[in-house]
Design a protein around this ligand. Structure first.
Ligand SMILES: Nc1nc2c([nH]c(=O)n2[C@H]2C[C@H](O)[C@@H](COP(=O)(O)OP(=O)(O)OP(=O)(O)O)O2)c(=O)[nH]1
Ligand SMILES: [Mg+2]
Length: 135
């Protein structure tokens, strides 16, 4: 199977980042915290996929500031390539349309949340890429 391309939004607002919690439904990574996003559909650009996912999952619009290097992780079920985008919130108040809950957290608080193994490669160095102090 070819790798699954996944876009994720690291939405920054007033020194905090937006994280969402996956449903406790027994599916892949159930209950883990993550950054909103999802799988890129055929024919879609990465940025179009990001806008679609953030609209579908949270009813928000974002403007992209920068991207982080893509990272690849092998899960037992599939290989996933994560494409992280650092964004500003440009419109809307987040609603947890596809997750159990969302939170705005500082980078200092981020280690208190359990993220999927694929995020570990870059999560610790996230501060180096963010626009302002988020502690
Ligand atoms: N959204 C998101 N997915 C992540 C992160 N880290 C990570 O390993 N993943 C994995 C989990 C999934 O195997 C894969 C795709 O994410 P997803 O479940 O959000 O995909 P989707 O929104 O298209 O949802 P679905 O239609 O498959 O239910 O990426 C992350 O920080 N955010
Ligand atoms: Mg998703």
């Amino acid at each position: 199977m070819p790798p699954v391309q996944v876009v994720i939004g690291i939405v920054v607002e007033r020194g905090r980042v937006l994280i969402t919690r996956r449903h406790d439904d027994g599916r892949h990574l159930a209950g883990f915290w993550e950054f909103p996003g999802g799988k890129v559909e055929p024919g879609e650009s990465l940025e179009d996929a990001l806008r679609r996912e953030l609209a579908e999952e949270l009813d928000i619009k974002v403007s992209v500031r920068s991207t982080l290097q893509a990272s690849t992780h092998d899960y037992p079920s599939a290989t996933v390539v994560l494409h992280p985008f650092i964004c500003d919130l440009s419109a809307g108040d987040p609603k947890p349309l596809a997750s159990q809950e969302f939170r705005w957290v500082t980078l200092t608080e981020l280690p208190d949340y359990q993220f999927p193994p694929a995020n570990a490669a870059w999560l610790k160095s996230l501060a180096d890429h963010l626009p302002q102090a988020t502690t």
